[in-house]
Write a protein that binds this ligand. Structure first.
Ligand SMILES: [Zn+2]
Length: 101
C-alpha cells in the first residue's frame, strides 16, 4: 500500500457555496432583526416554480427551472419568496433562534 502524498491543508478553505450561504444567512438575520421576516416557522408555505421574481434572501431571480418557496404569513411584510436553498437557511436561522429563546 502506497502512502498518500497529497498535502494536508491546515484549515479548510471555504468553498464558494459556503461563502454564499454565509452571506445569505447574514441577510436573513438582518431581515428577521428588521421585522421583515418572522423568526418562526411560517404558517403556510407554497412551493412551485419561479417566474423570475427576486429571492427575498439572496436578491437573485428565481427562474422557471428553480423551485420557489412562497411564504404566507400575516407576520411577514408582503409575500417573501425564496430559493429552496435560501429557504433552508431561513429555517435553520429560525430553529437556532427558537433554541436560544
Ligand atoms: Zn435565494
Amino acid at each position: 500500500m502506497r502512502a498518500q502524498t497529497t498535502e494536508k491543508r491546515r484549515a479548510p478553505t471555504p468553498t464558494k457555496s459556503q461563502l454564499r450561504d454565509k452571506t445569505i444567512r447574514l441577510r436573513v438575520r438582518q431581515l428577521i432583526d428588521n421585522g421583515r421576516l418572522p423568526a418562526v416557522i411560517p404558517k403556510r408555505i407554497l412551493a412551485g416554480y419561479g417566474a423570475g421574481d427576486l429571492c427575498t434572501a439572496c436578491g437573485q431571480p428565481i427562474t422557471n427551472t428553480q423551485v420557489v418557496y412562497d411564504i404566507e404569513d400575516d407576520r411577514c411584510h408582503g409575500r417573501p419568496i425564496f430559493h429552496m436553498r435560501c429557504h433552508a437557511l431561513l429555517q435553520l436561522e429560525c430553529a437556532m433562534r427558537a433554541e436560544l429563546n
